[in-house]
Design a protein around this ligand. Sequence first.
Ligand code: ADP
Length: 265
Amino acid sequence: QAPAARTRIYTIRVVPLGDANKLLVSLDVTDARRVESMRSTFVANVSHELRTPLTVVRGFLEYFTDDGVVDGEQRQQFARLMSDQTARMLTLVDDLLTLSRLEAEDAPASEEDVDMANLLAQLQAEGKSLSDGRHRLDVNCLGPALRGNRKELHSAFGNLVSNAIRYTPAGGEIAIEWAMHEGVGVFSVRDSGVGVAAEHLPRLTERFYRVDRGRSRDTGGTGLGLAIVKHILLRHQASLSIDSEVGAGSTFRAAFPDWRLPAAK
Ligand code: ADP
């Protein structure tokens, strides 16, 4: 459990000064404790996330080692299930690597004027393939080029689109838009999906924070997507805001400062 935000923790050290004199030193260790607590929570989360699929794979492997216990058809079915679990572990490890890379450097390695019409077309194609015809996808590019790292922006926006699809039941609508609002560049993804209750909103971008663990896992979520989005937006001096209503849908907005929109001037 991390210490409460306003509590401070002190440790007292006794320094002997000879002749039975002692110096008492009080050290504020609040930040060190907090970092340590976050680190151990993170390690526990990663271990748990990897342990579950590994246990499934090991369970199925046992059938294969006893010769003749599984027939050809079962063999195929088990192999498919093991392959799914392995893919899940790979996605998790890839997301972890992305996060640690983002945390290690302060700014993107390179920046360019990103053609947003082209990026939105790519997001639309990827969204279509993920949705597989289950949703209506509306895409609108009304703003200028955006100065930033294309690969990182693609990853952040792609995460928002894939969340919209994964948390919206079949038949729902998803609207992706890039537009100027009062001098600010706003990328938004609106969905008509399950929505998020207000009490969860402040914690949504924490690593491994999920409103519904089961649903997130069933749809292939690692629980790291919005943490990655938050880091990428921070590196681009952009802010993230979320409007949501349970059962009605959500809108995720990323707002970029005007100096990232050189063509708008
Ligand atoms: P996950 O891999 O679990 O989707 P994310 O970090 O991308 O991880 O999202 C964290 C949580 O935020 C999700 O588990 C889900 O509960 C909630 N969430 C994210 N996007 C949406 C959305 N568009 N609609 C409803 N809930 C969402």
